[in-house]
Structures are given as C-alpha cells and as structure tokens.
Design a protein around this ligand. Sequence first.
Ligand SMILES: C[S@@+](CC[C@H](N)C(=O)[O-])C[C@H]1O[C@@H](n2cnc3c(N)ncnc32)[C@H](O)[C@@H]1O
Length: 234
Amino acid sequence: MKRLKYSSLFLPNQPTLKKYFKSKNFEDHLYTFIARYSDIIKPNKKYKLFNPTKFSVEEMASNPISLSFLSFICYLIKPKNILEIGSFIGLSTMELSNHLKKNGKVTAIEKYDKFYNIAKKNFKINKLEKKINIILGEALNVLSSNKLQNKFDLIFIDGNKENYKEIFQLCEKKLTKNGIIIIDNIFNQGDAMNKNPQTEKGYGVKRLLNYLKNKKMTKCILPFYDGIMLIKKN
Ligand SMILES: C[S@@+](CC[C@H](N)C(=O)[O-])C[C@H]1O[C@@H](n2cnc3c(N)ncnc32)[C@H](O)[C@@H]1O
C-alpha cells in the first residue's frame, strides 16, 4: 500500500479528500459545505456593502472562510483593542469588531483616501462607526507616529506586502503581552515559496518570513485562502 505523506493530506483539494465525493466542481461543493455547517453568511447579506470601486469584494477582501476564522479568534480572545493594516472597503474591519470587549475598538489604517472614504461610509451604514476608528495614512508612517496611543490585543496585517517585515516590527511594539498578530497572504500566490521570489510583494513576504524564522515566538501557518499566519509572543 502506498504510504501516505502529511503533504498529501492537508489541503482540501487533494485526491485523498476526494475519495468519497466525486464532482467536477469539488471546490464549489466544499465551499458550500463549509459555509453551510459553519453558518457563514454571504458578506453582502451580513453587511450593507457600498463598493463603487473597480475591485470586487471577492477579489480584494478576505474570503468569508477567513472572516469566519478571524471572528472565531476574536470570540476566543475577546480583544479590547484591535489594529488592522489595510482596510479596503472595511469588510474585515467590520468582522473584527464583532466580539470586542465592552468599550473596545478596532483601529484600521488605510493608505488610499478612496478606500478610506468608502470604508467610513460602510461603517456608518452598518452602524459600526462607534466601534471602528479608521486612520488615513501609510502604515509605516502611522505606526511610527504618536497617533496610536494604546497597545493592541490583536493585530491583523493585510496591507502592502513589500513592507511586511517593517510593518511587523512596528506592530510587535504595539502588541499587548498576550496579544496575537495575524498576517494575511503569507504565500503571496506561491511567490513566497520561491527561493528567489519573482515579485516585490513575494520578496517582501519572504523577508518577513526569514526574519521570523529566527525569532522565538509561537507560530502557526494555515493553508487557506492565500495562507494565513498567526504569531504570539512567548
Ligand atoms: C487586500 S486589501 C485589504 C482587505 C481587507 N483587509 C479585507 O480583508 O476586507 C489591502 C489594503 O491595504 C491597503 N494598503 C496598501 N498599502 C498600504 C499601506 N502602505 N498602508 C496602509 N494601507 C495600505 C490597500 O489600499 C488595500 O485597501
């Protein structure tokens, strides 16, 4: 009998997982299955979403499965303060505001005024503007300024991949003792797996990964969407 390797079992779209369910649209069925049994509601049904940009929510915002994961982490740690780098139209920002402690807040940093204004509007139409504070600016500048007074129990990094390492280093200083950092797109469409990444984004993610490699922190990478990494100080 062929020996199974761990690497042939961990992704949902692998032959081993298709043993008893055959379909050309395997991913569609799996997505529907996950959504049905973890109560995932389509983002545009859960929130009123104003999105006049040329980018679709599917393309630019976090996948609903990632959102459900973020929401569950928030439920577990009940954060008082959350920081998000890169808000787009504010979908993940709103999801992060779901399980805040009393008087807790999500602070989001968004570089582009177009997205900043749209996100602000989405917070307002969903009556979440009191729980969310969005700052217009370049992440590195805001993180190095005195605009962020408090520390954060959860930091979600989803901004420009080129500066992931520098962003992470500044975020580390803003983390509470038991805080968690979650980093999105840690595979960067596979480019971070190349010894020499082909894109600046891939190179940026790889620089962060190499920096983290030597750091004594608790780490976990999950292979969903474009790879998501969780990090906690020891
Ligand atoms: C992938 S989108 C974020 C999606 C959002 N977090 C969600 O899941 O719904 C990345 C966002 O980061 C913003 N961004 C890019 N570079 C940035 C920077 N240097 N500082 C702050 N935000 C930045 C982009 O404008 C974009 O809105």
